[in-house]
Write a protein that binds this ligand. Structure first.
Ligand code: PLP
Length: 384
């Protein structure tokens, strides 16, 4: 258990709630979940499923109707040919992460992961006994992956590479050209598998197209593509995610599911079908609102002396460089929360390469985002 890490955004949230409860005004830009509600038709589908008597266990890998809906959605959006039998439905994106790392991680094995990156990657890699090999992501590249950089970290002990685009915590998006380069390079390493975390695939801006790792048939027998409903349909609390597994690993993923959670809540699975097959206007509306806040927050942060912020291409986070303020990330996180009433997350919560940065989530109203930037500006000015 000592090897298992955590996600400190949950600790920031608890501290922010405690401060609020004791009468402080807190603007929460710490949290990684949409501030939107699950679309009504999806909620209704969940309620209907309960009324219709979907109260029992389901197949461990998910109901066939949902696995088919996932495959249809992916095939329509990306022009690929995913077989529903390769889809394993799980209670949230995190579960696939754990399963994949448990399958490939063991003492002596190396797993490459993005840094800064979602903190659970490094946590579960260490838990598995494998050696985490950090892939630093650079501000000057917009925090996108560099295929050359990644390939240069592969050794004969590398078992798995974790990719995440669009990315948490940076909002970085890796281009199709870079993914193509990576896919070509991986031909030289046939024993290396990939976990592609595409949970923010639909939250992407400026006309960019999401580059999925499912697009490479030659890699299909070693790519695990993780996505889910949490972010796209504002369903974090429903606990619903899926992965497309290589055919030969489906049985293992299903066995892990049987050992771990039996199946996802039945009504949630029916709601998941409604989300995929129903109108998508709520997704488009949410992404438009995020986009508007993104631009406003980036501009407001760049106007603060000591802070500079690249414009992220996806997800709902900005990752400003705060080195000019003279504070470490952790100190700034703590003091902004306690003294300025703004909850953020220190970049170091996402790996050591996150020193010098803060993560701000704009899953909050535009007004609150701008108010938070003003509070940060005024607090920093008062420290001079
Ligand atoms: N992957 C990334 C990059 C995330 O940021 C998150 C949630 O914050 C997840 C996966 C997990 O999402 P879920 O709520 O579906 O478990």
């Amino acid at each position: 258990m000592d090897r298992l890490g955590t996600e400190s955004a949950f600790e920031v949230l608890a501290r922010a709630k405690a401060l609020e409860a004791s009468g402080h005004s807190i603007i929460n830009l710490g949290i990684g979940q949409p501030d939107f509600k699950t679309p009504d038709h999806v909620v209704e589908a969940g309620v209907k499923a309960l009324r219709d008597g979907h109260h029992g266990y389901t197949p461990a890998n998910g109901i066939p109707e949902l696995r088919r809906a996932v495959a249809d959605d992916l095939n329509a959006r990306h022009g690929v040919d995913v077989d529903p039998d390769c889809v394993v439905v799980v209670p949230g994106g995190k579960v696939t992460m754990f399963f994949a790392v448990l399958m490939f991680g063991e003492p002596g094995a190396e797993i490459i992961y993005p840094n800064p990156g979602f903190p659970i990657y490094e946590s579960v890699i260490r838990f598995s006994g494998a050696t985490p090999v950090s892939l630093p992501l650079r501000e000057e590249n917009g925090f996108a992956f560099s295929a050359d950089d990644l390939l240069s970290r592969i050794t004969d002990r590398t078992r798995l590479i974790i990719l995440n685009s669009p990315a948490n915590p940076t909002g970085g998006v890796t281009s199709k050209a870079e993914m193509d380069k990576l896919a070509a390079g991986l031909a030289n390493y046939p024993n290396v598998a990939l976990l592609s975390d595409e949970i923010y695939s639909r939250i992407i801006y400026d006309g960019r197209e999401h580059a999925t790792m499912l697009a490479y048939p030659e890699l299909r027998d070693r790519v695990i593509m993780l996505d889910g409903w949490s972010k796209t349909y504002a369903m974090t609390g429903w606990r619903l995610g899926y992965a497309v597994w290589p055919r030969q690993l489906v049985e293992h993923a299903t066995r892990l599911a049987i050992n771990d959670h039996s199946c996802v809540n039945a009504a949630t699975q029916w709601a998941g079908i409604a989300a995929l097959q129903g109108p998508q206007d709520s997704v488009e509306e949410m992404v438009r609102a995020f986009d508007d806040r993104r631009r406003a927050l980036v501009d407001a942060l760049n106007a603060i002396p000591g802070i500079s912020c690249v414009e992220p291409g996806g997800a709902f986070y900005v990752f400003p460089n705060i080195t000019g303020t003279g504070f470490s990330a952790k100190e700034l996180e703590g003091r902004l929360l306690e003294e300025a009433g703004v909850a953020t997350v220190a970049g170091t919560s996402f790996g050591r390469e996150g020193e010098g940065y803060l993560r701000l989530s704009y899953a909050n109203s535009k007004e609150n985002c701008l108010d938070a930037a003003a509070r940060i500006r005024d607090w920093l000015a008062a420290q001079q």
